[in-house]
Structure formats: structure tokens, C-alpha cells
Write a protein that binds this ligand. Structure first.
Ligand SMILES: Cc1cc2nc3c(=O)[nH]c(=O)nc-3n(C[C@H](O)[C@H](O)[C@H](O)COP(=O)(O)O)c2cc1C
Length: 307
């Protein structure tokens, strides 16, 4: 019984978002636990030297697995970084006692396959303060904070993102890493970003304009800057994205400035707090849906059952 719950949890986890759609994870069912491991072969060493995005992507997968276990009627018992000797072992999830599932758990599970990164422009329709406040409350975790940007901050952030795009694209090593994960139409790859998402990190004034025009720009940050903080930030991020999906809101990421240390410090000063920004998002009501979801590796590719 708990074996099937864990298989379903891994199936939900593999749908999580990840930087460049690297899906940098491996799952193992060992006895009555599901282990979540980062896959260092899928680490983006150029933009993510510290492994922040690698662990944050793992946090997104962990959130999905936990949501699935609760939606199936069991408590989700989690130990994070259970092995001090193995930094890739991000978490171990155990199926706990039966619980009375609430509607929200079931809704979250329903949202997992519906959520998509939408890099296109959003409608000129505001996101209400009540909605953004509710999203923040639902995504909140100890040590994780959320900043909502005012128009002046958006304008300043747009400039920093523009700087980051130019710096990145002038760097051949960055371009080579990105090209490796951009997938041309017709290629049957189960990872990477479909090339038709043309707005993907183009060094055009476009991203800057998208930030300025976005109904809501949010920064997720953490009080510390350790792997524990990154995992928590990933869980919060995925909670926010799934609750946004349930409210018909779309989200896109603008993390390029956070990948260049001096620009990350500029982002900190724009938000006016000295702590650690982990994620920049714009949210709004989509003009166009994303018809073709980004691919995923199959469950067999990522799950090992150890008896
Ligand atoms: C930690 C993290 C960082 C990301 N950073 C960016 C980014 O800077 N720009 C971007 O366009 N997408 C970014 N993404 C979104 C991924 O590219 C996206 O999740 C992946 O391509 C899978 O597509 P999907 O979200 O539609 O399932 C990020 C995702 C995660 C989890």
C-alpha cells in the first residue's frame, strides 16, 4: 500500500519545474521511504556554481511529492539532508499515519500537471492585493520571505535584468551551457527547453519590458543562504506556483540577475533587504496559454526501487 503511494509521489515529483528543465533529480524507494537525490550530472555549473538552483529544483520536486502523499490520505513525514556525508541526498519522505485529506490537498495535486512556465506577455489586468497576499500566506515557510515590487522597483529591476542578459550572452561558456539545454522542434528529448519558447533569455529589451509591464513581480528570498534555505525556497516556490495555477495565474522566472554575484547584490538593494534573494518571478493572467508542456523524463528514467 505505502509502496504505491510512494510510486505516485515520485510520479508527481518528476513533474516539478527545474532550471533549464534539467530535471536534476533521482528517486529511490527504499523500504517504506522515498529518497530524493540531486543528480549532479544535470547540474548547470556555469549559471549555478553554488548549486542553489539545483537544490531549489529539488525543493520543488519535494513539495510535489509531499502534496501527493497528503492528497492520497497520509501524513508526509520528511527528513531533509538526512546524510551529512552526502550533499546530494536532499530528503527522505515517509508515508505517515492516515489523515483526513482536505480539498486543498486534492486541488494541489490536480494543479501539478496544469502548471506551466509562461514566458509570454500577460494581460494588462491587475493581480489583486488580496490574491497576492493569499498566495504568499499559502506558500510561506519558516525562513522564507516574499517581496512584492512597486513600479519604481520594477523599473530598476528591469535594468539589472537587462545587464544580466547582456553579461550572460557575451560569455561563450554561458551560451554553450544554454544551447545544450535548448531543444529544437522535432527532437525527441525528454528534458530541456523547447526552442519555440523564443522569449527564453533573449538579450533583447523584451525581458525588461515584460518586468515593467508585469501586473505582479515578486522576489522570494531566504534569511540564510545554505542548502537548507535553498530547499525551503524551492518548496515555497512550488507552493506559490501551484496555488497561482489554481487561481488561473501564470508565472515566469527572471533569475538571470541572481546568477551574477554583483547583480544579485543590486537586486538586494532594490528590494531594500540585506538577506538572500533566491527567485524573481513575474505573475499575471496569461494572454495565451502554453499549448505544449515542457517534456519530462519518464518515471522509469528517474525512479529506482530498491528492495
Ligand atoms: C530554480 C528554478 C530557476 C528557474 N529559472 C528560470 C529563469 O531564470 N528563466 C526562465 O525562463 N525559466 C526559469 N525556470 C523555469 C524552467 O525553465 C522551467 O521550469 C522548465 O523549463 C520546465 O518547464 P515548466 O515549468 O513549464 O514545466 C526556473 C525554474 C526553477 C525551478
Amino acid at each position: 500500500m505505502s509502496r504505491q503511494v510512494l510510486v505516485n509521489a515520485a510520479a508527481a515529483a518528476r513533474m516539478a519545474p527545474s532550471s533549464h528543465n534539467t530535471q536534476p533529480w533521482r528517486f529511490r524507494i527504499v523500504g517504506d521511504t522515498l529518497e530524493l537525490h540531486a543528480d549532479p550530472r544535470r547540474h548547470l555549473s556555469v549559471i549555478d556554481g553554488e548549486r542553489r538552483q539545483l537544490v531549489e529544483s529539488g525543493g520543488c520536486a519535494l513539495f510535489n511529492a509531499r502534496a501527493a502523499v497528503r492528497a492520497m490520505g497520509f501524513a508526509d513525514e520528511v527528513e531533509v539532508f538526512p546524510d551529512a556525508e552526502d550533499r546530494d541526498h536532499l530528503a527522505t519522505l515517509r508515508v505517515g499515519a492516515p489523515i483526513i485529506t482536505d480539498e486543498l490537498d486534492r486541488e494541489l495535486l490536480r494543479a501539478i500537471p496544469l502548471r506551466r512556465t509562461n514566458r509570454r506577455p500577460f494581460l494588462n489586468r491587475p493581480v489583486s492585493l488580496a490574491d497576492s497576499t493569499a498566495l504568499i500566506a499559502l506558500a510561506s515557510r519558516p525562513g522564507v520571505w516574499f517581496g512584492r515590487l512597486d513600479p519604481d522597483q520594477k523599473r530598476r529591476l528591469g535594468r539589472v535584468i537587462d545587464d544580466a542578459d547582456r553579461t550572460h550572452h557575451a560569455n561563450p561558456v554561458y551560451r554553450a551551457e544554454l544551447m545544450h539545454w535548448l531543444v529544437e522542434p522535432g527532437k525527441r528529448r525528454k528534458d530541456g527547453i523547447p526552442l519555440e519558447e523564443r522569449a527564453y533569455r533573449l538579450p533583447l529589451p523584451l525581458e525588461k519590458e515584460l518586468v515593467r509591464a508585469a501586473p505582479l513581480v515578486m522576489v522570494i528570498g531566504t534569511a540564510g543562504d545554505s542548502p537548507h534555505d535553498w530547499l525551503a525556497a524551492g518548496e515555497s516556490l512550488q507552493a506559490l506556483l501551484l496555488h497561482a495555477t489554481l487561481r488561473h495565474l501564470a508565472a515566469a522566472f527572471l533569475n538571470q540577475a541572481l546568477e551574477i554575484p554583483p547583480l544579485r547584490r543590486e537586486v538586494m538593494s532594490i528590494i531594500g533587504r540585506g538577506e538572500h534573494p533566491q527567485m524573481v518571478l513575474r505573475l499575471g493572467y496569461p494572454e495565451q496559454p502554453i499549448e505544449h508542456p515542457a517534456p519530462r523524463r519518464s518515471l522509469e528514467d528517474v525512479l529506482l526501487v530498491v528492495d
